[in-house]
Design a binder for this molecule. Structure first.
Ligand SMILES: Cc1cc2nc3c(=O)[nH]c(=O)nc-3n(C[C@H](O)[C@H](O)[C@H](O)COP(=O)(O)OP(=O)(O)OC[C@H]3O[C@@H](n4cnc5c(N)ncnc54)[C@H](O)[C@@H]3O)c2cc1C
Length: 298
């Protein structure tokens, strides 16, 4: 089946891209594996007009609005191959089904690789967090922790100290040098060098961070900086260029969200080093508009 635009990834960036391509009266296919990155969080914060709503509610409503456009089709499933084919692209699903399009938008997001500490994964999106703008307000004003993934975590601790009294758990990874010790002191951040052995719910909405030597510290929430990996191999398969950031890679895009491969656009977390829903929706809108205009002028 042939489309004008295929959007792989039907979450914040992908639905936004598809909406603009659809409003350009184009035939659009969205393929979505249904695993948005923030599915671990009960509430989403900071997104214009949607503060505090469940991520799944926002997405369901957006998908419903998109499906009101008759030239749009949404498929639940995973695309596992994409390649240039003639003047366009071919996308193949993991069940072998194939689709063609003149333009391709990758809105496939990233996956978080958390530090290997027992109990951390269970609390991800609840009391183990990464983004203070998303969830800091709700846990602010008390003891907060930052679980280090390396010396760069010092900057995360400095930032988070605007939301509460921070302990930086170095997890045995580093000792601060003189400059770093001064930076910690300036922001009243406690430094805990010991290895973190486990995190556990404390029974009253917070966490106990267990430390080597049978010690523990209570925090309302523990921030950390997971490594980000591409949630899909499609950009690599197509030969898209990547930027390397401190936490992972992002697909290189220009100011129209076009990748290094002509006709392939990318948006959302997969194509940015700084992530949130507003940025994803904005990138998606640009990708949808640019893909449409390239069909007119290209
Ligand atoms: C725990 C947590 C809480 C967060 N809370 C907030 C918050 O409160 N506010 C905020 O603004 N941001 C928040 N974020 C960030 C936010 O989740 C992301 O910025 C946003 O989801 C990015 O949207 P996206 O469309 O780029 O990617 P995603 O939302 O991750 O969506 C990518 C979609 O593509 C699909 N996909 C991937 N590969 C394929 C494939 N090969 N075939 C088909 N489909 C595929 C996935 O299944 C998924 O549905 C949070 C993140 C986390 C981890």
């Amino acid at each position: 089946m042939q489309y004008d635009v295929i959007v792989v990834g039907g979450s914040f960036a992908g639905l936004s891209a598809a909406m603009y391509a659809a409003r350009g009266r184009r035939k659009v296919l969205v393929i979505d594996a249904g695993q948005p990155r923030n599915r671990f969080a009960e509430h989403s914060h900071g997104f214009f007009g949607q503060d505090g709503r469940a991520p799944s509610d926002i997405l369901e409503e957006a998908r419903g609005q998109l499906l009101a456009y008759p030239a749009v089709k949404v498929i639940d499933g995973r695309a596992d191959q994409a390649a240039v084919s003639g003047n366009g692209f071919e996308v193949r699903m993991d069940n072998g089904e194939g689709f063609g399009a003149t333009r391709l938008v990758l809105a496939t997001g990233v996956r978080d690789i958390l530090p290997d500490v027992p109990g951390l994964t269970d609390q991800w999106g609840k009391t183990v967090l990464h983004c203070p703008y998303c969830h800091g307000y709700e846990v602010a004003g008390g003891p907060l922790g930052v679980l280090a993934t390396g010396p760069m975590s010092l900057h995360q601790a400095e930032l988070i100290s605007d939301w509460g009294d921070v302990t930086l758990f170095a997890n045995g990874l580093f000792e601060p040098d003189a400059d770093q010790a001064r930076a910690l002191e300036k922001r009243n951040i406690r430094f805990e060098p010991a290895k973190v052995t486990e995190v556990q719910e404390d029974g009253s909405g917070g966490l106990v961070v267990r430390l080597d030597g049978d010690r523990g510290a209570s925090v309302r929430a523990l921030f950390t900086a997971p490594r980000n990996v591409m949630a899909s191999p499609l950009a690599e398969q197509l030969g898209c260029a990547f930027n390397e950031g401190p936490l992972g890679r992002a697909i290189v895009v220009d100011d129209k969200q076009e990748t290094s491969v002509p006709g392939v656009y990318a948006a959302g977390d997969a194509a940015r080093l700084m992530h949130n829903i507003a940025f994803a929706v904005s990138g998606g809108a640009m990708a949808g508009v640019a893909a449409h205009q390239s069909l007119v002028f290209g």
